[in-house]
Design a protein around this ligand. Structure first.
Ligand SMILES: NC(=O)c1ccc[n+]([C@@H]2O[C@H](COP(=O)([O-])OP(=O)(O)OC[C@H]3O[C@@H](n4cnc5c(N)ncnc54)[C@H](OP(=O)(O)O)[C@@H]3O)[C@@H](O)[C@H]2O)c1
Length: 226
């Protein structure tokens, strides 16, 4: 059976690098995003996905089903982050964070169960240190990532009879296009490079499948951005 992977948020940053890495490893990759990517590879399927919309998630899943009934790897990665003091955060901004970072993974997992392969599927979620620790001026992001963690912790137990692996990654700041949109004061020199993130990700994906990494926090040696 050919190995198939799903990557949400494949148009940019970590999702794009993860997709390229998995293609190099021989996976067939189904990438989902709103804007798509120029990435061209015979095993890459660039599929439109707005993870905040259940109709879009269902269409995404049905497109994948035309090619495969199984997924060996599910990379739950799509996410947004905006910064600002809570008095400046609008209700709409807060709700968009929840819709993307919490409700989005809920919609994905709600429709993906039939693709799980007993004893084999590996679900890797790119959470953030912000799913464990509170940071100032990212209330919406913090709340949405804590919420996503709660969803995953429940799902791990609900799906325990599948004997699949869940890996929750909690990286600190990584120098990706996410930061271009935020206009933050933080130095990119104190963020992980995407190559550093990928060295950890690659280690996890290529490790023997008898090993599980339930949780992994990793960040630049300079520490948390605060
Ligand atoms: N960079 C960091 O410092 C850092 C640290 C810890 C964790 N993370 C997490 O890592 C993940 C990837 O972030 P990144 O740094 O690679 O950011 P990025 O470069 O901005 O990429 C975000 C990806 O998410 C997708 N996305 C956003 N909203 C979406 C929606 N409604 N539907 C479908 N896809 C959507 C984007 O695609 P479209 O816009 O094309 O839809 C894009 O492909 C996020 O979950 C983020 O929270 C990042």
């Amino acid at each position: 059976m050919e190995k198939c992977a799903l990557v949400t948020g494949s148009s940019s940053g970590l999702g794009l690098d993860i997709s390229k890495f998995l293609l190099d490893c021989g996976y067939i990759v189904f990438g989902g995003s709103r804007s798509g990517t120029d990435l061209e590879h015979e095993n890459f399927y660039d599929v439109e996905l707005d993870i905040t919309s259940e109709d879009s998630v269902e269409e995404f899943i049905e497109t994948i089903r035309e090619f495969t009934p199984h997924l060996h790897l599910i990379i739950n990665n799509a996410g947004i982050c905006e910064m600002g003091p809570i008095s400046d955060v609008t209700l709409e901004q807060f709700e968009v964070h929840l819709a993307t970072n919490t409700v989005g993974p809920f919609l994905l997992f709600r429709h993906i169960e039939s693709f799980l392969i007993k004893n084999e599927t590996h679900i890797i979620s790119i959470l953030s240190t912000a799913a464990h620790y509170g940071y100032p001026n990212v209330s919406a992001y913090n709340a949405s990532k804590f919420g996503q963690l709660g969803l995953l912790e429940s799902l791990k137990k609900e799906w325990k009879d599948y004997k699949i692996r869940f890996t929750n990654l909690f990286p600190g700041a990584i120098d990706t296009p996410l930061w271009d949109k935020m206009g933050s004061k933080f130095s990119r020199d104190k963020m992980l490079k995407t190559t550093e993130f990928m060295s950890v990700f690659g280690f996890i994906v290529t490790a023997p499948d008898t090993i599980q990494f339930p949780e992994l926090t990793f960040l630049h040696k300079e520490g948390f951005l605060e």
